[in-house]
Write a new protein. Structure first.
Length: 195
């Protein structure tokens, strides 16, 4: 099977680009989950105060409609073990803003004070599981798309080959006539004999 034509070339380039983005997202999600696991092992539990929200805008296009959504990450201030005030951004996003002045339970890394995680309530967790789930679903969709493209290419090749054979008008008056090369054919009941 040959993958030919601009459609199939473009299709596979698009698959590669989308695949790269999906894999990158899954890797980022895995890193966040690994950081969260490390925080569970070495982090200390404390409380912090939400002092601000970090907003991120996301654009979506679906059925010709443009939608924009905003997610929020909490900006939290807490006291490190040495008494210094630390301000850090939580890793998990929410579709609701965090209430400034509210107290949140935290797990903080002793050597990297900017690495925090809210342990319960809004914004809890690493925010990485979603990346992994989207990555796995994306890989499944990409495999299905590639399988469909290969199947379509095979069908296209078979159709093109069949069309190539049926346009050979040298074998009789009706194109690829199975009797065109024979001088005499007889029908005996249900059986056809040609010489």
């Amino acid at each position: 099977m040959e993958f030919t034509g601009p459609f199939f070339a473009l299709f596979f380039v698009v698959l590669l680009v989308i695949g790269g983005v999906v894999v990158w997202g899954a890797i980022q999600g895995s890193r966040k989950v690994a950081r969260s696991q490390e925080l569970r092992e070495v982090g200390r539990v404390t409380t912090g105060t939400v002092v601000d929200n970090q907003m991120e805008s996301h654009s979506h296009h679906h059925d010709g409609h443009h939608r924009t959504s905003i997610t929020f990450r909490p900006v939290v201030r807490y006291r490190a073990q040495d008494g210094t005030e630390v301000t850090a951004v939580g890793p998990a996003a929410s579709n609701r803003s965090f209430i400034v002045g509210s107290t949140v339970p935290l797990r903080v890394h002793p050597d990297r004070p900017e690495q925090i995680e809210i342990t319960s309530g809004q914004g809890r967790g690493s925010g990485g599981v979603a990346g992994i789930v989207v990555g796995v679903i994306g890989v499944v969709v990409l495999v299905l798309m590639a399988t469909f493209a290969c199947s379509a290419q095979r069908e296209f090749d078979d159709f093109r080959n069949d069309m190539g054979n049926s346009t050979d008008f040298d074998n009789g008056p009706f194109g690829n006539d199975p009797f065109g090369d024979f001088q005499q054919c007889t029908i005996d009941g249900q059986q056809v004999s040609c010489k």
